[in-house]
Design a protein around this ligand. Structure first.
Ligand code: MG
Length: 456
């Protein structure tokens, strides 16, 4: 809801200068620092690394959070403008107690946020997130000897460490031999600099678009079809093999094929899975709203897909628990645990190029090989009691469906699925249906909407 400070397991998000002020940021830093002091008794371990996306408000918020952390005796390593997955990588690389990313991801420029990572590079589990939230709200901070504040230092090696890790898990030589023509649109976010570096290391001929980290977004930042028309045109004009679009903190990637067509974010994970399953057998994990394409790809080599509630940490936890070889979310988020438990657009770019190199096929040919589905999304306002009434009625309507109730309700049918879930941050319900074609998906959505109009 606009105007409200939103606090979830992933951290805090608000509108800069309205509800997200330097005081709020400093207090949130103090709350996280207070939690870390309760968890670690070893003073040497009390270091956090911090990165930010390129939003103009990032530096002042980072300074405020740093101030809050130092006040409670936490050391801060400033990574500067880096991608969200880079911070996760550095938390582990530098053996930090935690990490902080100043980002509002794909949200418009007035927003910013403070994302928290624990020492495993993952968002805190719900009970820990609640503990930090309460500490922040009642301002019950660790009170230290003010003569011993935390120290600040910086590290400018984060991009190189991240890129080196990605290069180790692909055949960089084979990719470089192809000299792919790539257009990269980084929306002037954090992904441009490392994105260009990675593609250069992979021998690509790059047409850079919006790769300067100015934070002045060249278009609406969510990497959806309507926001990427200029990328599609640039791919056509450059006769490129592929176009890549990152969101401002570069954890998500969207792909444009060699004809200049936006293929849809669901294909980013599908193509990554196609590569990984071509090399090894195993299982994958994806959230309940992710396309069935990944199930088809896994099944072809005897693998399975473990479905999880929506949210990166849920997918990453399932991947760790089940030793998954690939995972992610349908919004262009690819996770490979060899790099880190965070969605990573650099991993997604490298995997897609590796797939192109090893198959010799074009993006559109590879997309054509994956069983095609049509996904329809809809949202409407509903409070919790109404949502319950709707779900009860939908359950009666589909008595034969296989039901997963771990995050809202997902109803699976042989030819389709429908996922109904309440938003964590707004009084709305999201409905996603996927079927073989648009008409079939619309049939399921219409059935739910009919119930929603009169849930009984
Ligand atoms: Mg993002």
């Amino acid at each position: 809801m606009a105007g409200e400070l939103i606090i979830t397991v992933s951290g805090l998000r608000g509108i800069v200068g309205e509800n997200l002020t330097p005081q709020v940021a400093a207090d949130y830093g103090r709350a996280f620092g207070t939690f870390l002091r309760s968890k670690f008794s070893d003073a040497d371990k009390l270091t956090v690394c911090m990165g930010r996306d390129s939003r103009p408000s990032g530096q002042s918020l980072a300074s405020a959070v740093t101030s809050g952390l130092m006040t409670v005796g936490i050391n801060v390593i400033d990574l500067g403008i880096v991608t969200t997955p880079t911070v996760g990588i550095m938390v582990k690389h530098l053996a930090c107690a935690g990490g902080i990313v100043i980002t509002a991801s794909h949200n418009p420029l007035p927003y910013n946020g403070i994302k928290l990572l624990l020492d495993n590079a993952m968002a805190p589990p719900p009970d820990v997130a609640e503990q930090i939230k309460i500490c922040f709200e009642i301002r019950d901070f660790f009170s230290d000897d003010q003569l011993k504040p935390g120290k600040i230092s910086s590290n400018d090696k984060a991009d190189d460490i991240h890129i080196a890790k990605v290069l180790r898990i692909v055949d960089a030589k084979a990719i470089a031999q192809k000299q792919f023509k790539v257009v990269l649109d980084s929306v002037n976010g954090a992904g441009g600099r490392p994105g260009v570096k990675l593609l250069t290391a992979l021998g690509c001929k790059i047409t850079p678009m919006n790769t300067e980290p100015t934070g002045i977004f060249a278009h609406t930042p969510e990497p959806t079809a309507e926001n990427l028309t200029s990328l599609c045109d640039a791919v056509k004009k450059a006769h490129a093999d592929i176009g890549f679009a990152q969101d401002p903190d570069a954890d998500r990637l969207a792909i444009v094929d060699e004809t200049g067509a936006y293929i849809g974010e669901e294909y980013t994970l599908a193509l990554a899975a196609k590569l990984i399953f071509s090399k090894q057998t195993g299982n994958a994990a994806a959230n309940l709203s992710t396309s069935r394409m990944i199930d088809d790809i896994a099944k072809a080599t005897g693998g399975q897909v473990i479905r999880t509630p929506v949210g990166e940490a849920n997918v990453a936890s399932a991947m760790i628990k089940n030793n998954c070889i690939i995972g992610g979310e349908g919004n262009g988020g690819v996770i490979d645990l060899r790099i880190g438990p965070i969605r990573d657009s650099l991993v997604a770019m490298a995997f897609t190029l590796q797939l192109l190199a090893q198959t010799g096929k074009t993006v559109s040919q590879l997309v054509g090989e994956i069983p095609r589905y049509s996904m329809t999304k809809y949202k409407f306002p509903a409070d919790k009691p109404k949502v319950k009434r709707i779900l009860d009625a939908v359950k009666k309507l589909f008595p034969d469906a296989k039901i997963d109730s771990s995050d809202g309700f997902r109803f699976d049918f042989p030819d389709a699925w429908i996922h109904i879930r309440s938003s964590n941050t707004e009084p709305i319900v999201r409905v996603i249906a996927e079927a073989k074609d648009k008409a079939a998906a619309a049939k399921y959505i219409d059935a739910v909407l009919k119930i929603a109009r009169n849930p009984g």
